[in-house]
Ligand binder design. Structure first.
Ligand SMILES: Nc1ncnc2c1ncn2[C@@H]1O[C@H](COP(=O)(O)OP(=O)(O)OP(=O)(O)O)[C@@H](O)[C@H]1O
Ligand SMILES: [Mg+2]
Length: 441
């Protein structure tokens, strides 16, 4: 009875009018239409004139006097003056649930292989507000990443957000794949934003592999897709992570790359008439980044440990996106070509990298040993040139002698083959033995 009443009131309240507008102008990727009444962020269908064609899905991105400005999620085809624009009254939502695990989906949450979605999924709006800062538990325990160099020297906390700063081809995708396979997280959500199609296949087949895919959901928005789809890919992956965080899961979110997300946002901003600022990035890029990156981390139910890759040309860590992202996150790992060229994989420059929560989560003994190794590495690095040209004479300085003695062992310890995996405890034990056991020579 109660149900019937509820349904009757719902029927009373239902909006039986469809809201339509008409396309008036298309400039580049922007579509201007007179009506319908719709809010920014709302999804609209643009109906083609010829029957039988699927409508183009678009989103309201702005207004101009009485006109609304839309941007399509797909390529614009068969849109002409007077095409009908139908408002849905809703922002973009996706279907999400446990059935999605092991799947590869696009930015709208649809399977990439065009199969159908499993049943039992629920609707979830992709743009959400970050958790209330006061309801966020502080990061208090480490999470095993399964990469020795990280677990020992740059310990990551459950719910920490890390930026991985690297140029092209230094091993980002390989590292993300290793983390996905080796970490103790319950589930990986992997967002591939703005990659080439070929790289997506390679990542899924080689870096992630069957073993990794079993506990992952991959969201893909390749570089050839419209800018809005690349932006949505980041939101969709974040929304899926939030869904699982609310179920109490330990979630890993990996986004490759946040730079490509920023570039897509710049494309949309410029098309919408925003002024370009540093390096052509528009103000909305800098307003959007914190909104996206603040959504991950801990909440009262679970945690999203997030890894965002940032592309840096050369060594330019002060490039505007790198600089902004570094300021928002709780740590950054710097990967360097020079190390990769020496075969030092994973090519993380420990001395330039930092995990800002390591102090809160690692035992004092662990921190102590890590600090000793760090200072040996720093001493060696400061004197590298002298040592390598043979200008340093052993016995001149005790610290330098010690750094030279340990250098090879430290480097070997930090190396890890793609398919080697270590538990957190194994890595810590090996690190402690490194100093106890003495140097190689
Ligand atoms: N741990 C490792 N051990 C051995 N080789 C590695 C390791 N990590 C990366 N490599 C080598 O580095 C190459 C490039 O790695 P990867 O594709 O992960 O880089 P990337 O930074 O993702 O590149 P891109 O910028 O093109 O996306 C790999 O083909 C592999 O040969
Ligand atoms: Mg890559």
């Amino acid at each position: 009875m109660l149900n019937l009443e509820k349904m009757l009131t719902e029927i009373d309240q239902i909006n039986t009018y469809k809201h339509f507008g008409k396309v008036q102008r298309v400039v580049g990727i922007m579509i201007e239409s007179a009506g319908p009444e719709a809010n920014v962020g709302e999804v609209c269908y643009i109906h083609a004139k010829s029957n039988g064609r699927n409508p183009t899905i678009a989103e309201v991105v702005g207004f101009n006097n009485e006109k609304i400005i839309l941007m399509p999620y797909s390529e614009v085809a068969e849109i002409g003056p007077g095409c009908l624009v139908e408002a849905t009254g809703r922002p973009l939502s996706i279907q999400v649930g446990k059935g999605l695990i092991g799947n590869v989906v696009n930015s709208l949450g649809e399977p990439l292989d065009e199969s159908s979605l499993p049943s039992g999924l629920s609707n979830y709006v992709t743009e959400q507000a970050p958790p209330n800062p006061l309801s966020r538990p502080p990061i208090s325990e480490p999470i095993q990443v399964g990469v020795k160099a990280i677990d020992t020297m740059l310990t990551v906390g459950k719910g920490q957000r890390i930026g991985i700063f690297a140029g092209s081809g230094v091993g980002k995708s390989t590292l993300l794949g290793m983390i996905a396979r080796n970490s103790e997280a319950d589930i990986n959500i992997i967002a591939l934003i703005g990659e080439r199609g070929r790289e997506v296949r390679e990542f899924i087949d080689n870096d992630l592999g069957q073993e990794g895919l079993k506990k992952s959901i991959v969201v893909v928005a390749t570089s050839d897709q419209p800018a809005l789809m690349r932006i949505k890919g980041a939101y969709t992956a974040t929304a899926i992570s939030e869904y699982f965080r609310d179920l109490g899961y330990k979630v890993n979110l990996m986004m490759d790359s946040v730079t490509r997300f920023a570039m897509a946002q710049r494309e949309v901003g410029l098309a919408a008439g925003e002024p370009p600022t540093t390096k052509g990035y528009t103000p909305s890029v800098f307003a959007t980044l914190p909104k996206l990156l603040e959504r991950t981390g801990t909440n009262e139910r679970g945690s999203i440990t997030a890894f965002y890759t940032v592309l840096v040309d050369g060594d330019d860590m002060n490039e505007p996106i790198a600089d902004t992202v570094r300021g928002i996150l709780d740590g950054h790992f710097v990967m360097e070509r020079e190390l990769a060229e020496r075969g030092q994989y994973p090519a993380i420059n420990i001395l330039k990298s930092i995990s800002r929560v390591m102090k809160q989560i690692a035992s004092s003994k662990h921190q102590d040993v890590a600090q000793q190794i760090r200072s040996l590495m720093a001493t060696y690095e400061q004197n590298r040139e002298l040592i390598q040209i043979g200008a340093y004479k052993r016995g001149t300085d005790q610290e330098i002698d010690k750094a030279i003695t340990y250098q090879t062992n430290i480097q070997d310890f930090l190396k890890q083959g793609v398919h080697d995996s270590y538990t957190f405890d194994e890595s810590i034990k090996e690190m402690e033995e490194l100093l106890n056991g003495g140097g190689a020579q």
